[in-house]
Write a protein that binds this ligand. Structure first.
Ligand code: CIR
Length: 256
């Protein structure tokens, strides 16, 4: 069960966020704010306390707080984002994390190691880490050694096409995973029950489990039905403006 969620309001410079899909156009800021309101409401309806941080105009991608930290039940790990324009986002997060974790349980990924939280998928006490353009071998080495210090474990997953690990695979508890594309056949995930998200809805593989509810992006009807059929209460939230800069539901929050 999650008790807490941290989100950060999008800033007006969200239009300058990093994107691999410029053909989708620039995010509409007013609509992005409305969608963020709905995201917060959805989270609250799952019974968590939501801490809402103010927008930070210095960083166009700063609403994607997931990339700045990995919050486990035993420790908090502050990342070292591999995207240069995002690297200093962590500085504003540290004092926030200190409100929830004791100083001696806060750890840091350090250069030359890089790691972004979007590459980390928690399955109980095990953490899968994607080796991506943003998360390097040294970052993964540091991350796994921190986890082991706290009696947790981690393992590397090599990514081929996606931005982050959770772009294409998401754990929704009860041994269930939503998978798409390169993750359908990955041997690392052999032991899980996999729900395959069709190619045309690949974006919607990034859903989040929050206390027996699963938040699914709106307008991906096949995915919503798959998740409903799997027995979960589905909550739809439109993330169209975040999608334009490669952001999904998980990126927008830290859940712990
Ligand atoms: C970026 O490229 O960093 C942002 N435009 C999107 C970040 C998405 N975050 C995530 O998947 N955890």
């Amino acid at each position: 069960m999650f008790k807490n969620v941290i989100v950060k309001r999008p800033c007006s410079r969200i239009t300058e966020g990093i994107t691999s899909v410029p053909e989708l156009g620039k995010p509409d800021y007013a609509l992005a704010l409305k969608q963020h309101d709905a995201y917060i409401d959805a989270l609250k309806s799952c019974g968590v306390t939501v801490t809402v941080l103010d927008a930070d105009e210095a960083f166009p991608d700063s609403c994607f707080v997931e990339d700045t930290a990995v919050l486990t039940r035993r420790c908090a790990i502050i990342t070292n984002p591999g995207a240069a324009s995002r690297n200093k986002e962590v500085e504003a997060m540290i004092p926030v994390i200190r409100q929830f974790y004791r100083e001696d349980c806060i750890e840091y990924i350090q250069a030359p190691g890089t790691l972004e939280g979007g590459d980390v998928m928690m399955v109980g006490d095990h953490f899968y880490v994607g080796r991506s353009a943003r998360t390097n071998a040294e970052g993964i080495r540091q991350f796994i050694s921190i986890l082991e210090k706290y009696g947790l474990s981690g393992s590397e997953v090599k990514l081929e096409k996606v931005l982050h690990l959770k772009t294409g695979v998401n754990y929704i508890e009860h041994n269930n995973m939503l998978v798409t594309g390169e993750f359908i056949d990955k041997p690392e995930f052999r032991e899980y029950h996999k729900y395959i998200i069709p190619e045309e809805e690949a974006y919607a593989a990034n859903c989040i489990w929050v206390n027996e509810h699963v938040i699914v992006p709106a307008n991906f009807p096949k995915t919503a039905q798959i998740v409903r059929n799997a027995g979960y209460d589905v909550i739809l939230v439109d993330t169209s403006e975040y999608r334009k800069i490669d952001g999904g539901l998980s990126c927008l929050s830290l859940r712990f």
